[in-house]
Write a protein that binds this ligand. Structure first.
Ligand SMILES: [Zn+2]
Length: 328
Protein backbone atom coordinates (compact mmCIF):
# COMPACT_ATOMS: atom_id res chain seq x y z
CA UNK A 1 0.00 0.00 0.00
CA UNK A 2 1.47 3.27 -1.08
CA UNK A 3 -0.06 5.62 1.40
CA UNK A 4 2.37 8.37 2.09
CA UNK A 5 1.82 11.35 4.32
CA UNK A 6 -1.91 11.18 3.98
CA UNK A 7 -4.62 10.76 6.50
CA UNK A 8 -7.52 11.05 4.11
CA UNK A 9 -8.85 8.28 1.96
CA UNK A 10 -7.33 8.22 -1.49
CA UNK A 11 -9.12 9.80 -4.41
CA UNK A 12 -9.54 7.01 -6.89
CA UNK A 13 -11.02 6.75 -10.33
CA UNK A 14 -13.48 3.92 -10.50
CA UNK A 15 -14.47 2.19 -13.66
CA UNK A 16 -17.98 2.57 -14.79
CA UNK A 17 -19.43 0.56 -17.58
CA UNK A 18 -20.45 1.90 -20.90
CA UNK A 19 -18.89 5.25 -21.42
CA UNK A 20 -15.62 5.60 -19.62
CA UNK A 21 -13.13 3.55 -21.54
CA UNK A 22 -10.22 1.55 -20.27
CA UNK A 23 -8.07 4.60 -20.55
CA UNK A 24 -10.38 6.83 -18.66
CA UNK A 25 -11.92 8.66 -21.56
CA UNK A 26 -15.42 9.47 -22.48
CA UNK A 27 -16.05 8.94 -26.16
CA UNK A 28 -15.80 11.89 -28.43
CA UNK A 29 -19.31 12.24 -29.95
CA UNK A 30 -20.38 15.66 -31.03
CA UNK A 31 -19.75 18.38 -28.56
CA UNK A 32 -22.60 20.47 -27.28
CA UNK A 33 -21.78 23.09 -24.74
CA UNK A 34 -23.78 23.17 -21.58
CA UNK A 35 -25.50 26.11 -19.97
CA UNK A 36 -23.97 28.94 -21.94
CA UNK A 37 -21.91 29.86 -24.93
CA UNK A 38 -19.21 31.30 -22.70
CA UNK A 39 -18.44 27.85 -21.39
CA UNK A 40 -17.97 26.63 -24.94
CA UNK A 41 -15.54 29.46 -25.52
CA UNK A 42 -13.70 28.58 -22.35
CA UNK A 43 -13.53 24.95 -23.39
CA UNK A 44 -11.95 25.84 -26.71
CA UNK A 45 -9.48 28.09 -24.96
CA UNK A 46 -8.60 25.30 -22.57
CA UNK A 47 -7.65 23.01 -25.43
CA UNK A 48 -5.63 25.68 -27.14
CA UNK A 49 -3.78 26.49 -23.96
CA UNK A 50 -2.99 22.83 -23.39
CA UNK A 51 -1.87 22.32 -26.98
CA UNK A 52 0.35 25.37 -26.88
CA UNK A 53 1.64 24.41 -23.47
CA UNK A 54 2.72 20.95 -24.55
CA UNK A 55 4.29 22.31 -27.70
CA UNK A 56 6.21 24.88 -25.75
CA UNK A 57 7.40 22.28 -23.30
CA UNK A 58 8.64 20.08 -26.08
CA UNK A 59 10.57 22.95 -27.54
CA UNK A 60 12.05 24.20 -24.33
CA UNK A 61 12.94 21.09 -22.45
CA UNK A 62 16.42 19.74 -22.78
CA UNK A 63 18.14 16.84 -21.04
CA UNK A 64 19.35 19.39 -18.52
CA UNK A 65 15.76 19.89 -17.36
CA UNK A 66 15.47 16.37 -16.07
CA UNK A 67 17.66 14.04 -14.13
CA UNK A 68 17.53 10.28 -14.45
CA UNK A 69 18.30 7.76 -11.81
CA UNK A 70 18.70 4.56 -13.73
CA UNK A 71 17.19 1.41 -12.33
CA UNK A 72 16.32 3.01 -9.03
CA UNK A 73 13.69 1.02 -7.23
CA UNK A 74 11.00 3.45 -6.15
CA UNK A 75 9.23 3.14 -2.87
CA UNK A 76 6.06 2.91 -4.90
CA UNK A 77 4.69 0.03 -6.83
CA UNK A 78 7.29 -2.67 -6.65
CA UNK A 79 4.87 -5.56 -6.73
CA UNK A 80 7.60 -7.86 -7.92
CA UNK A 81 11.35 -7.54 -7.51
CA UNK A 82 11.59 -8.61 -11.16
CA UNK A 83 10.04 -5.34 -12.28
CA UNK A 84 12.66 -2.68 -12.85
CA UNK A 85 11.63 0.83 -11.96
CA UNK A 86 13.37 4.05 -12.83
CA UNK A 87 13.13 7.59 -11.57
CA UNK A 88 13.14 10.79 -13.59
CA UNK A 89 12.75 14.24 -12.12
CA UNK A 90 11.72 17.64 -13.39
CA UNK A 91 11.34 20.92 -11.55
CA UNK A 92 8.02 20.01 -9.96
CA UNK A 93 7.65 16.24 -10.26
CA UNK A 94 9.48 13.04 -9.35
CA UNK A 95 8.44 10.31 -11.73
CA UNK A 96 8.80 6.64 -10.78
CA UNK A 97 8.04 4.40 -13.72
CA UNK A 98 8.14 0.83 -14.92
CA UNK A 99 11.17 0.45 -17.17
CA UNK A 100 9.11 -1.70 -19.54
CA UNK A 101 7.30 1.45 -20.66
CA UNK A 102 10.46 2.37 -22.55
CA UNK A 103 10.24 -0.72 -24.71
CA UNK A 104 7.59 0.82 -26.95
CA UNK A 105 8.38 4.47 -26.31
CA UNK A 106 12.04 5.05 -25.36
CA UNK A 107 11.38 8.60 -24.09
CA UNK A 108 8.14 7.70 -22.32
CA UNK A 109 9.19 9.17 -18.99
CA UNK A 110 10.48 12.39 -20.51
CA UNK A 111 7.20 12.83 -22.36
CA UNK A 112 5.23 12.16 -19.20
CA UNK A 113 7.21 14.84 -17.39
CA UNK A 114 6.62 17.28 -20.22
CA UNK A 115 2.92 16.58 -19.95
CA UNK A 116 2.98 17.08 -16.19
CA UNK A 117 4.78 20.39 -16.47
CA UNK A 118 2.29 21.40 -19.17
CA UNK A 119 -0.58 20.42 -16.87
CA UNK A 120 0.93 22.60 -14.17
CA UNK A 121 1.11 25.59 -16.50
CA UNK A 122 -2.38 24.95 -17.83
CA UNK A 123 -3.95 24.83 -14.40
CA UNK A 124 -2.17 28.03 -13.47
CA UNK A 125 -3.65 29.64 -16.57
CA UNK A 126 -7.13 28.24 -16.13
CA UNK A 127 -7.72 28.45 -12.40
CA UNK A 128 -4.76 30.40 -11.05
CA UNK A 129 -3.52 27.56 -8.84
CA UNK A 130 -0.56 25.17 -8.90
CA UNK A 131 0.98 22.79 -6.42
CA UNK A 132 3.87 24.36 -4.54
CA UNK A 133 5.31 21.05 -3.41
CA UNK A 134 7.08 18.56 -5.62
CA UNK A 135 4.71 15.71 -6.48
CA UNK A 136 5.61 12.03 -6.71
CA UNK A 137 4.09 10.26 -9.70
CA UNK A 138 4.01 6.49 -10.16
CA UNK A 139 3.44 5.03 -13.62
CA UNK A 140 2.88 1.31 -13.58
CA UNK A 141 1.92 -1.23 -16.16
CA UNK A 142 -1.37 -3.02 -15.79
CA UNK A 143 -0.05 -6.23 -14.26
CA UNK A 144 1.74 -4.60 -11.37
CA UNK A 145 -0.82 -1.84 -10.97
CA UNK A 146 -3.77 -4.21 -10.86
CA UNK A 147 -2.06 -6.49 -8.40
CA UNK A 148 -1.56 -3.76 -5.89
CA UNK A 149 -4.78 -1.87 -6.47
CA UNK A 150 -6.98 -4.92 -6.18
CA UNK A 151 -5.25 -5.83 -2.95
CA UNK A 152 -5.68 -2.31 -1.70
CA UNK A 153 -9.15 -1.32 -2.81
CA UNK A 154 -10.79 -4.57 -3.83
CA UNK A 155 -11.97 -3.13 -7.13
CA UNK A 156 -10.52 -1.85 -10.37
CA UNK A 157 -9.33 1.70 -10.82
CA UNK A 158 -7.33 3.41 -13.52
CA UNK A 159 -5.65 5.95 -11.26
CA UNK A 160 -5.73 7.35 -7.78
CA UNK A 161 -4.19 10.06 -5.65
CA UNK A 162 -3.14 9.44 -2.08
CA UNK A 163 -0.52 12.12 -1.60
CA UNK A 164 1.22 10.81 -4.73
CA UNK A 165 -0.23 10.27 -8.19
CA UNK A 166 -0.64 6.63 -9.24
CA UNK A 167 -1.60 5.70 -12.76
CA UNK A 168 -2.12 2.51 -14.68
CA UNK A 169 0.04 3.73 -17.51
CA UNK A 170 -1.11 3.38 -21.11
CA UNK A 171 1.55 1.74 -23.30
CA UNK A 172 1.94 4.81 -25.46
CA UNK A 173 2.79 8.28 -24.21
CA UNK A 174 -0.05 10.05 -25.98
CA UNK A 175 -3.13 12.05 -25.23
CA UNK A 176 -4.57 9.26 -23.08
CA UNK A 177 -1.64 9.53 -20.71
CA UNK A 178 -1.74 13.33 -20.75
CA UNK A 179 -5.41 13.40 -19.81
CA UNK A 180 -4.94 11.00 -16.92
CA UNK A 181 -1.97 13.00 -15.66
CA UNK A 182 -4.02 16.18 -15.85
CA UNK A 183 -6.84 14.59 -13.90
CA UNK A 184 -4.66 13.33 -11.07
CA UNK A 185 -2.60 16.51 -10.99
CA UNK A 186 -5.76 18.44 -10.26
CA UNK A 187 -6.47 16.18 -7.27
CA UNK A 188 -2.97 16.89 -6.00
CA UNK A 189 -3.48 20.63 -6.24
CA UNK A 190 -6.94 20.47 -4.69
CA UNK A 191 -5.67 18.62 -1.64
CA UNK A 192 -2.71 20.96 -1.22
CA UNK A 193 -4.89 24.07 -1.44
CA UNK A 194 -7.96 22.87 0.45
CA UNK A 195 -6.26 20.48 2.83
CA UNK A 196 -8.90 17.86 2.11
CA UNK A 197 -10.55 16.08 -0.80
CA UNK A 198 -14.00 17.49 -0.10
CA UNK A 199 -16.36 18.56 -1.46
CA UNK A 200 -15.72 15.40 -3.44
CA UNK A 201 -18.14 16.37 -6.23
CA UNK A 202 -16.24 19.61 -6.82
CA UNK A 203 -12.87 17.87 -6.65
CA UNK A 204 -13.92 15.16 -9.12
CA UNK A 205 -15.91 17.51 -11.30
CA UNK A 206 -13.08 19.99 -11.80
CA UNK A 207 -10.63 17.11 -12.32
CA UNK A 208 -12.92 15.67 -15.00
CA UNK A 209 -13.19 19.02 -16.75
CA UNK A 210 -9.45 19.55 -16.54
CA UNK A 211 -8.87 16.05 -17.93
CA UNK A 212 -11.36 16.63 -20.71
CA UNK A 213 -9.67 19.90 -21.60
CA UNK A 214 -6.97 17.71 -23.16
CA UNK A 215 -9.50 16.54 -25.71
CA UNK A 216 -10.47 18.40 -28.81
CA UNK A 217 -14.08 18.43 -27.66
CA UNK A 218 -14.05 19.03 -23.92
CA UNK A 219 -17.03 19.50 -21.66
CA UNK A 220 -20.17 17.40 -21.61
CA UNK A 221 -21.69 16.18 -24.82
CA UNK A 222 -25.37 16.16 -25.69
CA UNK A 223 -25.73 12.46 -24.91
CA UNK A 224 -24.42 13.03 -21.41
CA UNK A 225 -26.67 16.03 -20.89
CA UNK A 226 -29.68 13.94 -21.91
CA UNK A 227 -28.54 11.29 -19.44
CA UNK A 228 -28.55 13.90 -16.70
CA UNK A 229 -31.97 15.13 -17.79
CA UNK A 230 -33.27 11.60 -17.63
CA UNK A 231 -31.80 11.18 -14.15
CA UNK A 232 -33.64 14.30 -13.00
CA UNK A 233 -36.87 13.27 -14.70
CA UNK A 234 -36.85 9.72 -13.39
CA UNK A 235 -35.68 10.52 -9.89
CA UNK A 236 -32.34 8.73 -10.34
CA UNK A 237 -30.50 12.02 -9.82
CA UNK A 238 -28.17 11.65 -6.85
CA UNK A 239 -28.53 14.65 -4.52
CA UNK A 240 -25.26 16.59 -4.48
CA UNK A 241 -24.97 16.40 -0.67
CA UNK A 242 -24.70 12.59 -1.07
CA UNK A 243 -21.58 13.19 -3.19
CA UNK A 244 -19.91 15.53 -0.74
CA UNK A 245 -17.79 13.03 1.22
CA UNK A 246 -16.99 10.39 -1.42
CA UNK A 247 -18.54 8.02 -3.94
CA UNK A 248 -18.21 4.98 -1.69
CA UNK A 249 -21.27 2.76 -1.65
CA UNK A 250 -22.60 3.82 -5.03
CA UNK A 251 -23.63 1.18 -7.54
CA UNK A 252 -21.72 1.00 -10.81
CA UNK A 253 -24.42 2.84 -12.74
CA UNK A 254 -24.56 5.44 -9.99
CA UNK A 255 -20.80 5.99 -10.15
CA UNK A 256 -21.05 6.98 -13.78
CA UNK A 257 -23.89 9.33 -12.91
CA UNK A 258 -21.89 10.71 -9.99
CA UNK A 259 -19.02 11.69 -12.31
CA UNK A 260 -21.43 13.34 -14.73
CA UNK A 261 -23.24 15.22 -11.98
CA UNK A 262 -19.94 16.30 -10.50
CA UNK A 263 -18.80 17.61 -13.88
CA UNK A 264 -21.94 19.60 -14.47
CA UNK A 265 -21.84 20.94 -10.92
CA UNK A 266 -18.23 22.00 -11.45
CA UNK A 267 -19.26 23.84 -14.61
CA UNK A 268 -21.93 25.62 -12.57
CA UNK A 269 -19.33 26.62 -9.97
CA UNK A 270 -16.93 27.88 -12.64
CA UNK A 271 -19.65 30.06 -14.08
CA UNK A 272 -20.73 31.48 -10.75
CA UNK A 273 -17.43 31.86 -8.95
CA UNK A 274 -16.41 34.78 -11.12
CA UNK A 275 -13.22 35.36 -13.02
CA UNK A 276 -10.13 34.40 -11.13
CA UNK A 277 -12.01 33.54 -7.97
CA UNK A 278 -11.43 29.79 -7.83
CA UNK A 279 -8.40 30.27 -5.54
CA UNK A 280 -10.70 32.29 -3.29
CA UNK A 281 -13.11 29.37 -3.10
CA UNK A 282 -10.26 26.98 -2.28
CA UNK A 283 -9.08 29.36 0.43
CA UNK A 284 -12.57 29.55 1.88
CA UNK A 285 -12.83 25.76 1.91
CA UNK A 286 -9.44 25.50 3.61
CA UNK A 287 -10.31 28.16 6.17
CA UNK A 288 -13.57 26.50 7.13
CA UNK A 289 -12.39 22.92 7.12
CA UNK A 290 -12.33 22.57 10.89
CA UNK A 291 -16.08 23.18 10.99
CA UNK A 292 -18.52 20.35 10.57
CA UNK A 293 -20.41 22.44 8.00
CA UNK A 294 -17.19 23.65 6.35
CA UNK A 295 -18.20 23.02 2.77
CA UNK A 296 -21.53 24.80 3.00
CA UNK A 297 -20.00 27.74 4.87
CA UNK A 298 -17.39 28.21 2.15
CA UNK A 299 -19.81 27.70 -0.73
CA UNK A 300 -22.28 30.20 0.71
CA UNK A 301 -19.53 32.76 1.30
CA UNK A 302 -18.19 32.59 -2.25
CA UNK A 303 -21.10 31.39 -4.37
CA UNK A 304 -24.15 32.45 -2.35
CA UNK A 305 -25.55 28.91 -2.30
CA UNK A 306 -24.76 25.86 -0.23
CA UNK A 307 -24.54 22.30 -1.57
CA UNK A 308 -28.29 21.76 -1.47
CA UNK A 309 -28.85 25.11 -3.16
CA UNK A 310 -26.48 24.25 -6.01
CA UNK A 311 -28.16 20.86 -6.31
CA UNK A 312 -31.54 22.54 -6.66
CA UNK A 313 -30.20 25.05 -9.20
CA UNK A 314 -28.84 22.21 -11.33
CA UNK A 315 -32.06 20.23 -11.20
CA UNK A 316 -34.02 23.37 -12.05
CA UNK A 317 -31.79 23.84 -15.09
CA UNK A 318 -32.45 20.32 -16.31
CA UNK A 319 -36.18 20.61 -15.65
CA UNK A 320 -36.11 23.79 -17.75
CA UNK A 321 -34.35 21.92 -20.56
CA UNK A 322 -36.97 19.19 -20.35
CA UNK A 323 -39.79 21.72 -20.54
CA UNK A 324 -38.13 23.45 -23.46
CA UNK A 325 -38.15 20.27 -25.55
CA UNK A 326 -41.52 18.93 -24.39
CA UNK A 327 -44.35 19.11 -26.94
CA UNK A 328 -46.83 21.87 -26.17
ZN1 LIG B 1 -10.61 11.78 -9.96
Amino acid sequence: MRLRCVRQSPVFEKFFAGTRSENGFFPFLHFVAFLCVAMRGLASSIFLVLFCGVSQAEENTSPADATVSSAVASEGLVASPRIETKTLESSHFVLHYDARLEQTTPDYAAQALLALEAARRNLQTLLGVVANQSIAVFLDLEDAYSQEVEARFGFATIAFYDGAMHLRAPRGAGVELYALLQHEYFHAVFREKVGADQPFWLNEGLAELFERSTLQHPGLNESELRELEEAVRSGRWIPLPRLERNFVGLREDEIRLAYLESSVAAIWVQEHVGGGAMPKLFEALAAAKQRSDAVDVALRAVLGLDTAGIDQALRDTFFARLEAVSPQ
